[in-house]
Design a protein around this ligand. Sequence first.
Ligand code: PLP
Length: 422
Amino acid sequence: MGSRSHLAPVWSKVTDIEVVSGSGAVVYAKDGSEYLDFTSGIAVASTGHCHPKVVQAIKDQADRFIHAQVNCYQHDLLEPLAERLDGITPNGIDTFFFANSGAEATEGAVKLARQYTKKPNIIVFQGSFHGRTAQTMAMTTSKTSYRAGHMPLPSGVFVSMFPDYAAAGETEQEAVDKALAYLDYLLAAQTAPSETAAMVIEPVQGEGGYLPAPKAFLEGVAKRCKDNEILFVVDEVQAGFGRTGRMFAIDHYGLTPDIMIMAKGIASGFPISAIGSSQEIMSKWPVGSHGGTYGGNPIGCAAALATIDVLTSDGFLENVNARGEQLRSGLQELKMQDPSIGDVRGLGVMIGSTIVRPGGRVPDGARVSRMLAHARDHGKVIFMNAGTWGHVLRWMPPLVVSEAQMGQGLAAFEAALKATAE
Ligand SMILES: Cc1ncc(COP(=O)(O)O)c(C=O)c1O
């Protein structure tokens, strides 16, 4: 090997650790050290790294068929996976299209919404992240770095407010009222209901900072969709598949979306994503107007079926909720002692802890960067940040994280907080 890397330098790096294997919530490095992985590879390794049931399903399927292209023939795991998803998604979502990544599924969902409604525009919400393709970059407003240098992006995307009352110092009700009033304004001033195909929203913002939508806000968004024949589309790419302690984040709200976008945790790391909606909506997608070479790959379907079996097994989500409680109360306790923890929010093990300048609300992303380095080097825990200013330390361990491992994560966080205090 030459001295220079032949890899594109475009990937930003959380760490430069060279890993060789993973098991559960732990990853093993080439130099023999091991780390607790509180990134889950960006909320993907839902059942943990290399869950034996998922590994076995992939091995078995690899012996039978690696690539069975959906246009050419139908392999025997497509219907079973669609049926399984029908069983775990909200009522009304019963028909599925498979793709490979979250961005691809999001872009497909936009195409579907436009075909179904015959309307052009999309409303998204400030701070959201929907992907890296041109269409999904146009829908992403969590950080300028995702879009800078790639403009101009596709038009027809309008950005409404997402309430962040803790940051703004308002009550939840004030923030919800303001955000819904802005949405009404957008529909009156910029994109008429008759021109608006869909509102696409993350029920819990991911890259934006692990920020759940207040219930009244999401209800208000859904109502405006219903009243105006606009499709209510939820992006569950990061929050779905058990991360919030329910199978999907939208389950906490009791709302039924028209379209659901799923990826990441669906197959424990094997790249497969899905768009779900009613048969009625899907039937208006003209045959041949969407597709893809790899979507519905048989190994991806096998990995997804095994993952869903694990996620729905007895006691699995109970562990997610217990670990979420443990984490939340540990962080709340630390917050009482340290005013640089601004806000602790989230659901299940999708928790964001914001770091601010003590006594105020000024986000301190630089300190979070120092904390991540400290936790990696001293606590042997890999964390990642989120939020527009990188000031949210996001907690997204594999869902199989144990009580002791969560304790180790909290201890590493506390030590990093103390070591980086000025
Ligand atoms: C909510 C959400 N939507 C879409 C995406 C894009 O998914 P992918 O990176 O698989 O294209 C992400 C990725 O982080 C995400 O968090």
